[in-house]
Design a protein around this ligand. Sequence first.
Ligand code: ZN
Length: 217
Amino acid sequence: MVITIGKAADNDVVVNDPYVSRYHARLLRDEEGCLFLEDIASTNGTFVNGSRIVKKKVSLTDTVLLGEKYKLELSEVLKTGNDYSEEFARLKDIYDKYVEQKVKIQSSNQFKTRLFQALPFAFIGILGVLISALGKGSAVLFGISLFVTICVPTVGIYLGAKQSAKIPRQLQDLSNRFKIDYVCPKCGTFLGEIPWESLSNRKQCPVSSCKAKWVKG
Ligand SMILES: [Zn+2]
């Protein structure tokens, strides 16, 4: 990707300033997503953070001057060139956190559900051992143990089911947030549950009317 900057009307970014040359500089992005600013033999020079440059790797936080005083905002230049790579790069974090949270919710719920379902049987087991040790042949104890054997698993199944029903709600909240955050920085379209890496390989927004450029930043 190359964006040309200068006073002539056929530049990508046209700058009207007496100290800016007709074809003054260009901003390039390489395959890795690195940005470079290059002076194209301008009369009054290009300055990055106060030093005159010929070609230099730059970032959006650098202060760039064309000629003596024209301040060039690199983020504005990139938007003119439909380049949203910097913003797209920030989506990686959002995607990674989403996947991490999803796995966390699912596994913690699975554990709790199983725990609720398994505990009653452990309880019955202990009770059975106690009854057989204490009250041999007692009709009352037999009645109690029968009652417990029927009721406790029912409670366990009920609690387990309640716990597993919590999953969709928590996941729903997570996915709602994800739908707001994982969007194209230009057109705002939700990018779907598509891994960041696969999206970045397409090198542009999947929405055909948008086509915001996306080179790994
Ligand atoms: Zn878009």
